[in-house]
Design a protein around this ligand. Structure first.
Ligand code: CP3
Length: 352
């Protein structure tokens, strides 16, 4: 009996996880950033029931349900934990509100050294509901689906902690960073260590892979890219690898432009998330690639979308590639367009 069980378990594969590890699978794995979210009526219904976005994030059964909603509709290969990158500052004791129509708002830290006044000791217990969400998902997700955990990369999270809200160019964060580069480096390294602990806990609870969202990497001055983006990311990946050597990490340094190659070469990421501007053909070949479809094409649907999807699949053919958008699903996107997109990717055949 034991042998039979072992045989069966080797048959069950997760195409997305295999691809992240560098294999080319017959099926091009597919998921979408923000696949759970406001474009889905069932999300909006649960969101209204929860009252606030943060209530949703910290309610394990609701967060697990929202994570699974898109997989009930679409043939996706992965579920991404439903949460937010800003639970880290929140769990460190910085207050956070998601204001309707305005996005997240935090009282900005007054000075860089205020990070030392945050509650690093209490942060794991505040994040316990996130780990409970993963426990539920681990039980409920079919064996061929990959469970993605995530965190914001230190620079992007620092933007919110120091500037207080999104929109614009996070001028205050940048000013504070440039005015005290040594202090800012320490700030980022502290945030890196907390982020690594958070990701390792997600992995211990069952995340198959983790993605680091560096949504605002494109705002970093060229001369600072190494210190603000690459070094903190490498520090996180070194720690995750030491704790979980087989778990691939996806890095998404959005709008990193010419820095994509150095990021891939130096951080130790297994897969590189591509924004819509990135050119697949000129990306480094030692990593898996993910993304690139402009969310506006998904919003448009029809032939515009079909052509863009086929161009991407052709450009990525012959290399490990995870189909995804170059940023999150736009909330006005008709759910039927997502169904159409999945159909196009699923019916596409690899060149033989
Ligand atoms: O489906 C998924 O991708 C998983 C869940 C997820 C959310 N946010 C849910 C969410 C993930 C991975 C994130 C990451 C995130 N959060 C990022 C990085 C990716 C990116 O979009 O660049 C950033 C910068 C944030 C911070 C954040 N959270 C902002 C700026 C906003 C407001 C703007 C917006 O898009 O609404 C949020 C809110 C948020 N996070 C929503 C969702 C579904 C909308 C909340 C609502 O229901 O009102």
């Amino acid at each position: 009996m034991q042998n039979k069980a072992a045989m069966i378990s080797t048959v069950i594969e997760k195409p997305m996880l295999e691809t992240l590890k560098g294999r080319i699978t017959p099926r091009v794995p597919l998921w979408l950033m923000r696949q759970a979210g406001r474009y889905l009526p069932e999300y909006r219904a649960l969101r209204a029931e929860a009252g606030s976005f943060l209530n949703l994030c910290y309610n394990p059964s609701m967060a697990a349900e929202i994570t699974l909603q898109p997989l009930r509709r679409y043939d996706f290969d992965a579920a991404i934990l439903f949460s937010d990158i800003l639970v880290i500052p929140h769990a460190l004791g910085q207050s956070l509100a998601f204001v309707e129509g305005e996005g997240p708002q935090l009282p900005p830290l007054e000075k860089l050294s205020d990070i030392d006044r945050l509650d690093i000791a209490g942060f794991e217990s505040r994040l316990a509901p996130v780990y409970q969400t993963i426990d539920i998902l681990k039980r409920e997700l079919p064996a061929d689906k990959t469970l993605i955990g995530f965190a914001g990369a230190p620079w992007t999270v620092a933007c919110y902690m120091l500037h207080g809200r999104g929109g614009g160019s996070f001028a205050r964060a940048k000013e504070m960073a440039l005015a005290d580069s040594k202090g800012f480096q320490e700030f980022l390294l502290k945030l890196s260590d907390v982020t690594a602990r958070y990701l390792i806990s997600q992995i211990r609870h069952g995340a198959d892979t983790v993605q680091l969202f560096d949504s605002w990497a494109g705002l970093v001055p060229d001369a600072c890219f190494e210190d603000w983006v690459i070094a903190p990311t490498k520090r996180i990946i070194d720690q995750v690898r030491a704790a979980a050597p087989d778990v691939p990490v996806i890095g998404f340094p959005r709008q990193a432009g010419a820095h994509y190659a150095a990021y891939a070469a130096e951080t130790g990421i297994a897969a590189l998330g591509l924004d819509p501007q990135a050119d697949i053909a000129s990306m480094p070949r030692h990593v898996c690639l993910q993304g690139n479809l402009d969310p506006e094409k998904l919003l448009a649907g029809g032939d515009t979308m079909r052509r863009a999807v086929l161009d991407i699949l052709a450009a990525a053919e012959g290399r490990p590639f995870v189909f995804n958008l170059g940023h999150g699903v736009i909330k006005e996107t008709p759910p039927e367009h997502v169904a159409e997109l999945v159909g196009i990717v699923r019916s596409w055949q690899r060149a033989t």
